[in-house]
Design a binder for this molecule. Structure first.
Ligand code: NGQ
Ligand code: ZN
Length: 468
């Protein structure tokens, strides 16, 4: 799998007939981009004056706040019923079987193609919640950061913006239960994890990736381990970086948490951990009203992955009540059953409609566009959860943008918020025409310039896995 590095670039300018800016839609917008890939100026009602005219309306690219890239390889393969009653937990066993087979080359090829698909769907950056650390036997690779470096290479080749979240994973359930065989590739002790982080800090800096970290879940990390790492990791990281954790995705996890501590998982977290804007709580599906209120008040981001949550039968996040308290959220594609901005946002809104038997649930008030409100909220929450200067077309921000297809009749005729509503609720991924990340075009007219080579490597990896 070849490893491409970004080309050098110089100052350039775009001109969009309509662009979504922080305070709303503007016309005839000139966007100046500097040689470092940052937006240097944004000027509405500007003449074209030598700028590159975009093929349609321009919006900030969407951050993707939750990914397990390797799981793309099994998407669509777990849809055959088993002997008993299928659940999240039976799916997890199937997922572990595939995990056992993945080589570093496979992992890189799968992640590279996935990231290209995500770019094509309108995502500009991704937070990789990375826990597939060790070799097939569970031993360290000669380079302990081998697998994480494959993820970094996939980000370089695809051109997606990367927030790498190495995951601390040590146990099978609440109370420090010993990990089981299927989890052997994920496991660290404190010392091993600190070393991994120390190795990755310079590797991330070298390629301009953001480094944060994650506790897999309250099942996989004990309170003592979390407290130790919260204190020690600032010494090995140049900046604090975002901090993510899976929480309260399944009712069984809530029940196990109560059996362990007498508290629901989110209740326990807010009582014992310093949850603030730095944190992203992945799923948070089973939050009661007081947990929802505490999450909203904390400033943390709820990391919603509606397509995966639907696929795994998790339950429905209480998004209406949460948004009424100005709770922050972003979207992730998690197991990648559908690598799509449209599917995630549409599933989020539709899950609320199906539960409530009502329409337009996540508009922020009367006479507002649902598409615009959820797109804006997910941009802000995603940018916060990734710890990157993204999610807005404004001076000082990274130039990560999507251009929708101005030749499409719906987009051609749409003005302002109707553009987002047509895209999210009437069209789909193919409406995304061009995608710029960090000032460089990664997708032009729906294609990546390394598509052929990336597809060939992906095909080989999927064939390898199918042999087992
Ligand atoms: C994961 N994925 O770590 O990949 C989890 C399942 C678990 C999702 N929840 C495993 N979608 O939570 O133990
Ligand atoms: Zn996950």
């Amino acid at each position: 799998m070849p490893d491409f590095r970004p080309q050098l670039q110089s100052n350039h300018s775009l001109h969009a007939s309509q662009a979504l800016l922080p305070d709303g839609w503007a016309r005839n917008v000139r966007i100046d981009i500097d040689a470092a890939g940052r937006i240097s100026a944004v000027t509405p009602d500007a003449p074209i004056d030598g700028a590159q005219i975009t093929a349609g309306p321009v919006l900030p690219a969407m951050p993707n706040l939750h990914s397990h890239a390797f799981q793309r390889a099994i998407s669509g393969l777990a849809e055959v019923s088993g002997a008993g009653s299928d659940s999240f937990w039976t799916w997890r066993e199937e997922m572990y079987r595939t995990v056992g087979q993945i080589t570093p080359e496979d992992a890189q090829a799968i992640a590279t193609r996935l990231y290209v698909d995500l770019l094509k769907a309108g995502f500009g950056s991704i937070a990789e919640f990375h826990y597939l650390h060790h070799d097939k036997s569970g031993a360290l690779f000669a380079d302990r950061a081998e697998m994480a470096k494959r993820i970094l290479a996939a980000a370089r080749t695809s051109g997606i913006g990367m927030t790498l979240l190495p995951v601390f994973y040590a146990h099978a359930n609440f109370g420090g239960v010993a990990p089981h065989e299927g989890q052997r590739r994920f496991i660290h002790d404190i010392d091993g994890f600190e070393r991994l982080m120390a190795d990755l800090a310079p590797a991330c800096t070298a390629q301009g990736a953001t480094l944060g970290y994650a506790f897999h879940s309250l099942r996989a990390a004990t309170p003592e381990e979390m407290t130790t790492l919260l204190a020690s990791l600032p010494k090995v990281m140049s900046k604090p970086g975002p901090l993510h954790i899976h929480i309260a995705e399944q009712q069984k996890e809530v029940d196990d948490s109560i059996a362990w501590s007498g508290k629901r998982p989110m209740q326990w977290l807010f009582d014992h951990m310093p949850v603030d804007e730095r944190w992203c709580l992945i799923h948070a599906t089973h939050a009661d009203p007081s947990e929802l209120a505490r999450m909203a008040a904390s400033g943390a981001v709820a990391g919603l992955c509606p397509a995966t949550e639907a696929n795994l039968g998790d339950g429905i996040f209480e998004a209406v009540a949460y948004r009424a308290q100005n709770g922050r959220f972003g979207i992730g594609t998690d197991s990648h059953v559908s690598p799509s901005v449209v599917d995630e946002l549409r599933t989020l809104e539709y899950s609320q409609r199906l539960r409530d038997e009502r329409r337009n649930r996540l508009a922020d008030g009367p006479h507002r566009s649902v598409g615009r409100d959820i797109y804006d909220a997910a941009l802000a929450g995603g940018a916060q959860a990734l710890g990157q200067p993204i999610g807005a077309i404004a001076p000082g921000m990274t130039a990560s943008l999507v251009v929708l297809d101005g030749d499409d009749a719906f987009i051609d005729s749409a003005k302002d918020d109707a553009i987002v509503d047509r895209w999210l609720f009437a069209l789909g991924d193919r409406t995304v025409r061009d995608v710029m990340v960090e000032g460089q075009w990664r997708i032009r007219d729906g294609r990546h310039d390394q598509d052929d080579i990336i597809n060939a490597a992906f095909k080989t990896a999927i064939r390898n896995l199918a042999r087992h």
